[in-house]
Design a protein around this ligand. Structure first.
Ligand SMILES: C[S@@+](CC[C@H](N)C(=O)[O-])C[C@H]1O[C@@H](n2cnc3c(N)ncnc32)[C@H](O)[C@@H]1O
Length: 375
């Protein structure tokens, strides 16, 4: 069904919102005050999702997307406007997610590069249909040989896969449908360090942040800022710590906990433990670390997957840390998990780190310290 729309505002997921009577329609890749036509592809309980067809009135903030796949691809959300506007929409989104929180200073850390940054891409394939690419909104595979947000070394390998359908040879022994992941494990721009995995879980080879440059900025900021509130003798538990990325630059005694920990480099101040933090006995498992000579934490870093840590309060009640830093790639999880903690902790500041330019995603970092009357 074809509809006419007028966009009122951009929602926290970066979609344009059009309202006619009681019917709300979300149209991606539009801007406030734009009008045009769109094709509805899904409709539920008075809410419609439509794909942009054509624009009648365009916003002065609209620019030409740099990527040739942009209009069809579901990977990026903001290439049709400037990076300044993108950051403004992201800040608005985070402000909305935190509307129940007391005011705290919010700083936006924008990226230097809006494109050519992702060190990891997962592509789906269908051998029978001879298709390799990203999933579009209707779950069809869209070939993206010229994807612009990936690092040049990954882009080089990606083009090689598409050339003469080389990928069909690569997946020759794999099932008819599946996925391929291209990833660069460290910041080697020589183009020789890209690895490929097939039909393995996402982030094969151990989780790493997808944006090397912004990850560095994030770690530097945490280290510099946290050092003003975290005493040198504090014991830090780096929960969902992966390879110890977030706490690497600290000199404190640090206990890195991750279910799927990868083999880390030996680093005197970090010790690594494999614990399932989503298990109902995870707090007990952390307490039991004392049997291994591990001191109790006085600070927590928490950097969970998108689903967050619903029972964060249990960890806080048990360890009563002087403070904690929550790092979230999903702002709704940040808001849900930390709101109840505010009765005993102050939120010193909120940082928006744009690790995912051109897309709706961003990283939220909050520093919390125990209220004075809760000493
Ligand atoms: C967003 S990543 C953060 C990793 C790390 N802090 C970093 O900056 O690279 C989330 C981490 O949670 C870990 N993880 C996922 N499920 C887990 C679980 N049930 N228990 C413990 N860790 C888990 C993943 O292995 C991954 O390293």
């Amino acid at each position: 069904m074809k509809i006419d729309f007028r966009i009122e505002h951009i929602d926290p997921l970066g979609q344009g919102v059009s309202k006619v009577g009681d019917v709300v329609t979300f149209v991606k890749k539009t801007l406030p005050n734009e009008t045009g036509t769109a094709e509805v592809y899904s409709s539920k309980k008075g809410v419609r999702f439509a794909k942009l067809n054509s624009l009648v009135e365009t916003s002065p903030d609209r620019i030409e997307a740099e990527c040739v796949h942009y209009s069809k691809c579901n990977g990026c959300d903001y290439q049709h406007t400037t990076y300044e506007k993108e950051l403004e929409y992201k800040k608005q989104a985070l402000t909305r997610h935190l509307f129940k929180f007391p005011a705290a200073p919010m700083t936006v850390h924008g990226a230097k590069r809006r494109l050519n940054y992702r060190n990891r891409i997962q592509l789906h394939y269908d051998k029978k249909k001879k298709l390799l690419g990203l999933m579009d909104e209707q779950n069809n595979i869209l070939p993206v040989p010229q994807c612009k947000i990936i690092d040049p070394s990954i882009a080089f390998e990606l083009r090689a896969l598409y050339e003469a359908d080389n990928w069909l040879k690569v997946v020759a022994k794999e099932p008819p449908k599946g996925h391929i992941e291209l990833y660069a494990k460290d910041q080697d721009k020589s183009g020789h360090n890209v690895k490929i995995s097939m039909n393995r879980p996402y982030a094969n080879g151990g989780f790493t942040q997808v944006n090397f440059e912004m990850n560095e900025r994030l770690r530097d900021w945490i280290q510099k800022t946290a050092n003003t509130v975290i005493p040198p003798k504090a014991v830090i538990y780096d929960l969902f710590g992966g390879n110890g990325n977030i706490s690497k630059k600290f000199k404190n005694t640090t206990i890195v906990v991750d279910k799927y920990r990868t083999t880390p480099q030996a680093d005197a101040h970090q010790r690594f433990f494999s614990i399932d933090l989503y298990d109902k006995n995870s707090v007990k498992a952390l307490i039991a670390l004392k049997n291994e000579g591990v001191p109790r934490p006085t600070w927590l870093f928490i950097d969970p997957p998108r689903s967050g840590l619903k029972n964060l309060e249990e960890f806080i009640v048990e360890f009563k840390p002087e403070g904690f830093i929550y790092i979230a790639c999903e702002p709704t999880s940040f808001a849900r998990d930390t709101l109840s903690i505010l009765k005993n902790y102050d939120l010193l500041s909120v940082e928006l780190f744009d690790l995912f330019p051109s897309t709706k995603a961003f990283e939220t970092v909050g520093i919390f310290t125990r209220k004075k009357n809760n000493e």
